[in-house]
Design a protein around this ligand. Structure first.
Ligand SMILES: [Zn+2]
Length: 316
């Protein structure tokens, strides 16, 4: 049955990420079938190196392009590396990572080039608050072997894995569903206390909610999150999901309260309503705080609770 680093659920095992699978680590799935596959490579160097020493890995499949799900792709240099077809552009040309994460919108396209230069060097100074300067971004996006569409069914021998579209967290985000085993890997529908993340320019609040509601009614008894919670029974997942999605409403209230007087997006973002101000020293945390705040302001306008005049927003 494995040690504390693994939980075996038949042919499928969970390799628990380091540090309790807190970001930037995540849980990795290992499919020990005729075709041996790894789903997401965020568990950490030690557990994944150990796996690689003991098993032949044919396929590495990334659910999406975010750092914490691709970080250790580079360890699997003998395996074919696949990502969803909407985000394969991020592996074909790394500039698209910078575009999707928001660098181009918030800091301009030249900053995307400066960022690529920073991650190309292994000795760039790291930020304590985000993996923005991590050289693994570079290493793990060097190779690309193919993509898969939403709806695709992987056949590993005895096990079949269905790719379930779940956009909102990122443009091509998907959950991996094993109908014969009653298992679904939900990756970043992770039920963390932070709440849903849709900070990239490709993130979308309404799509995030819709995707969650589709995932929770899959015919599955076991839900595996990418972070923290880990392996949950369906009922636990559904209860946790309601609390998780409620964070979106809480953010709406906080942002709406900040619109008592007309304010610009920069003014509201500076208040640190999503990520606290002390973390804004990291340009990427500020960027995600700005973009998530902006999405809430735009949502409040769509819901008729706020209105825009030139570059300011105010409660209706
Ligand atoms: Zn993610």
């Amino acid at each position: 049955m494995g040690n504390e680093r693994h939980t075996t659920l038949g042919i499928i095992s969970v390799i628990h990420g380091e540090n309790g699978s807190r970001f930037p680590y995540s849980n990795t799935l290992f499919i020990n079938d005729e075709m041996k596959a790894v789903i997401d490579t965020g568990a950490g160097e030690a557990p994944l190196s150990e796996l690689k020493q003991n098993k032949r890995i044919d396929l590495v499949i990334n659910t999406h392009f975010h750092f914490d799900h691709i970080a250790y792709n580079y360890l699997f240099s003998d395996s074919a590396n696949l990502i969803n077809e909407r985000e394969s552009k991020c592996f074909r040309d790394r500039r698209n990572i910078g575009v999707n994460l928001g660098i181009e919108e918030v800091y301009g396209s030249e900053e995307v080039d400066r960022w690529l230069n920073r991650i190309s060097h292994p000795d760039t100074r790291q930020s304590p608050y985000s993996p923005q300067n991590n050289h693994k971004w570079w290493l793990s996006t060097t190779r690309f072997d193919g993509d898969y569409p939403w709806g695709h069914v992987f056949d590993f021998g005895k096990t079949k894995m269905h790719v379930i579209a779940a956009p909102g967290h990122s443009e091509g985000f998907c959950c991996m569903y094993f109908p014969d085993d009653g298992i679904v890997y939900v990756a970043d529908i992770d039920l963390t206390s932070f709440g849903p993340w849709y900070g990239g320019t490709d993130g979308d609040i309404e799509l995030f909610i819709e995707s969650c509601r589709r995932i929770e009614i899959l015919d599955a008894e076991t839900y595996i999150t990418g972070h923290e919670a880990g392996i949950l029974k369906k009922r636990e997942f559904q209860t946790g999901l309601d609390i998780f999605l409620e964070k979106i409403n809480e953010r709406d209230y906080r942002v709406l309260a900040a619109l008592k007087e007309p304010v610009t997006l920069e003014d509201i973002a500076g208040q640190g309503l999503i990520y606290g101000r002390k973390y804004h020293v990291d340009e990427w945390v500020y960027m995600w705080n700005y973009l998530m705040t902006k999405k809430h302001v735009e949502r409040l306008v769509r819901l008729g609770q706020a209105t825009q005049n030139d570059n300011t927003f105010v409660q209706k």
